[in-house]
Design a protein around this ligand. Structure first.
Ligand code: ATP
Length: 354
């Protein structure tokens, strides 16, 4: 059955990665109908709002979205894709492809996936003046002082819910189960700052621990997030799947990307109960916009994740293999991986292996 996919190219250098990626997917002859609603600059140029109703309707009528990256004008679309469509599990794989530039001495075999809760935590983005908290009469657990004594200053609210944690934990356990069938260890690590933030991050750990009982075939452990950060760098290959609250996940998945070659090769997918969108981990790379040198690997691998989600797993495997072979052969690499190839040349090299 034909799947419908919305394309939102985003800003700056992002379209330079998205367009050739779509061409690569087309070569795989999968039944995908691409929809390109006006969003951001294209919408504004037509006198529409940055995220017009027709773009929202296009998303609602589609099976998935392939998103570039945004530095501003496409932000309302991104907010809708995440909070509007409740895409709560942000899956960020870090897999080393031999030929990529890793700072590790022996990166071969590094293949982990960070599953970041995508909706809650500090990203509910409710901030304000500390003085406004006075009616709550809160006290700092460590200093014993009234919270309002920490002023003038600003606060941010961190929220972790049982429901939000349970659903992302299940997503992560199910991913670990699927990976186990493909030969991975079948291990899930839950990490947060549960020793200090015993209520919020403690809830995240407790709920995940409870959910673990439903997945006895997956080895489960917990780590305090600073310990995890250390082990991620020192013993990266020990990890399989990691489930983590939103802010820590945002930061540490960029660190994990650095281990396998950087932002240019880091894909992601954001999954909800009935929708998913796919985007590279990197931003719009404004400093290299218009130069045709953005590494499209992150976007190509995000498209491969999308193909898998849509049920085209063979095509997803073909695309990923073509990327791996291109790096293994090694003569066509973009500047971020130590090469001199352009974005288009890299995509042509991948296309020749499909
Ligand atoms: P955001 O806050 O949206 O993540 P940012 O400006 O902090 O954006 P990026 O846009 O990801 O971060 O860029 C950070 C640096 O990495 C820039 O120097 C950029 O050129 C580089 N970079 C990011 N993605 C790529 C890529 N795909 N290929 C090559 N270089 C990239």
């Amino acid at each position: 059955m034909t799947k419908r996919v919305v394309i939102i190219e985003g800003e700056d250098a992002s379209p330079e990665a998205v367009r050739p990626t779509v061409d690569l997917v087309d070569r795989l002859q999968v039944e995908i109908e691409w929809v390109r609603p006006p969003v951001g600059e294209t919408a504004l140029a037509r006198g529409l709002a940055a995220f017009p109703d027709e773009a929202r309707a296009a998303i609602d009528e589609s099976d998935a979205t392939l998103f570039g990256a945004t530095s501003g004008k496409s932000v309302p679309a991104l907010l809708y894709l995440r909070w509007g469509r409740d895409t709560y599990a942000n899956v960020r794989p870090s897999r080393f492809f031999p030929g990529c530039q890793s700072p590790l001495r022996e990166p071969e075999g590094l293949d982990l996936v960070i599953v970041r809760e995508n909706i809650e935590d500090l990203y509910i983005a409710a901030e304000g003046d500390v003085a406004d908290l006075a009616p709550l009469g809160l006290t700092s657990r460590f200093s014993g002082k009234p919270v309002v004594e920490f002023q003038p200053g600003k606060y941010a609210i961190k929220v972790i819910t049982e429901k939000g944690t349970e659903r992302v934990a299940r997503h992560a356990f199910e991913l670990a189960q699927r990976r186990k069938k493909q030969g991975h260890p079948g291990r899930l690590t839950c990490t947060s700052k549960y020793n200090v933030l015993s209520q919020t991050d403690g809830l995240f750990r407790d709920v995940t621990e409870r959910v673990a009982a439903d997945y006895p075939d997956v080895a489960f452990d917990t780590l305090i997030v600073d310990d995890f950060a250390h082990k991620l760098v020192k013993h990266s290959k020990a990890f399989d799947v990691i489930v983590i609250p939103n802010l820590y996940g945002d930061i540490l998945s960029d660190a994990a990307a650095g281990l396998v070659g950087g932002l240019g090769v880091a894909p992601s997918g954001c999954y909800g109960a009935d929708y998913a969108y796919f985007e590279s981990v990197h931003g719009t790379a404004p400093d290299i916009a218009g130069k045709n040198i953005i590494n499209p690997t992150a976007t190509i691998l995000s498209a491969a994740m999308m193909l898998d989600y849509l049920g085209f797993s063979e095509a997803a495997g073909t695309l990923e293999r073509a990327v791996a072979e291109t790096y293994a052969e090694g003569s066509v690499k973009t500047p971020d991986q130590g090469g001199t190839a352009s974005t288009i040349e890299f995509c042509a090299a991948v296309a020749s292996r499909l």
